[in-house]
Write a protein that binds this ligand. Sequence first.
Ligand code: ZN
Length: 336
Amino acid sequence: MAFSSIIGEKQIKLRLAAEAQRRGSGAYMLSGPEGTGKRMLAEEFAKALMCSDAGPDGACGVCANCKYFDNFTTPDVTRVYEPSETKNVKVDFIKDRVVAESFMKPQFARTKTFIIDFDYLGEESQNALLKSLEEPKKDVVFILTSSNTDNVLDTVMSRVTEIKLDPYSEDELEQIVRKNFPDLEDEKVRSAVYNSGRIPGKALELAGEDSGVSIRHEVNTMMMAMPKSSYIDVLEDFYETVSGFKDDSRIVASSILMFLDDVARLISYPDCRKINNENEREAIENFVAANKHITTIKLGRCSEAVLKFLKALEVNSNFDAAASAMLLRIHKELKK
Ligand SMILES: [Zn+2]
């Protein structure tokens, strides 16, 4: 993955790739409304800065530094995103993990990079950063993002290079929606784009509502109730959930698989950056914490049951029997 895998923002991508090749130090502020892909660009820019063989399209994707970056194992990149428990990032965190860290030499790459989402920084934290932003050390790059620079101190803005994210064209938005929802009908793609206010995040949200997000939510709720449920619950309530979406059985099956995949990921790598159901991450994390008896082996057996269900549908087997068999198997594996 390099810059070309991100749709749109052509000029900005070229510019960031060039900056990464130049390996200058400095502070950049990527600004633009919610949902314009600031974080994606910030991550890609950071990766290009890490890469030992960055080109005009950014990171090479194959060198050791790129691999560390992909696995979140590089000490040379620090991310300050939304805190889990408080509204804003604590000022002590900024002092210890950013200001103090920025005086250390990078360990693997030639640059030390800090990605900081300013939407979660109060005035005190912003002030704590001023000096670092004014005189960044020569191998340090700050990539800041903000969805509303009115909330950023003027003293910060005067010390950073602001890069405003261009609004996407309708063509680009259509491409983005199609890439994420390849099966969505043309009419629904256009309506999502039309109603999005030119914001990709919004277009995807609208497209998602039209293509199974609510099925996913229902499936997730069902799966999370599985360990505490009885055999009867499965045959009555859960069967009803699944048969209610009979025409969308494939979406149901893939939603179950995505949920199982999320649980497996959170068991093996609790800090993983993205799960399939990122919007329900907290609930799924709680589910994992409350159900330590669920192992990846059990999850594997559940996935097999789902694949069997899909196979049965392909050969037009009896839906009731196939759905019940799948649900009972999943229940057997997940119950407490
Ligand atoms: Zn690389």
